[in-house]
Design a protein around this ligand. Sequence first.
Ligand code: ADP
Length: 155
Amino acid sequence: MNKRIAIFPGSFDPITKGHENILLRALPLFDEVIIAIGKNSNKQNYFPLELREKWIRHVFKNEPKVRIETYSGLTIDFCKKMDAAYILRGLRTSADFEFEKAIAQNNKVMAPEIETVFILPVSELSAINSTIVRDIVRFGGNASPFVPEGVDLKF
Ligand code: ADP
């Protein structure tokens, strides 16, 4: 049987407890989940790529099914390159839903063999997002309650 490989794409700027929750709950569904740090989003990234990658490696160091890659270009092209038939995304809000729906449906037209799989975060994590974490850090606050154990945002 083909390995069930999923791509979890995002900017992870930085990784939060929300990302961690989605990924850990998705793991039993797949043989491998590739966290794919996108390099070409329109967003201006705050934390350097090397740090974002280092934090993710640290968080999942004991998860043999997790692999970490960086990519640019279309997510569906990266899926094909990695032999991944699934894209994993988290849905926090109805705004996420509308945005994700458009992307997933357009991806389906371009790559019918790839399925997008959505997971809802547990309720206490649905208010966490990387933008808020960045703002807290930028203004000198303590963002550690929002990021996984061992992610030291002071660098
Ligand atoms: P992108 O720029 O692609 O949205 P992010 O790193 O912000 O990248 O998010 C990557 C994925 O993680 C998205 O599917 C997003 O919805 C999901 N995500 C982010 N924060 C949370 C959270 N608190 N709960 C659930 N999913 C989340």
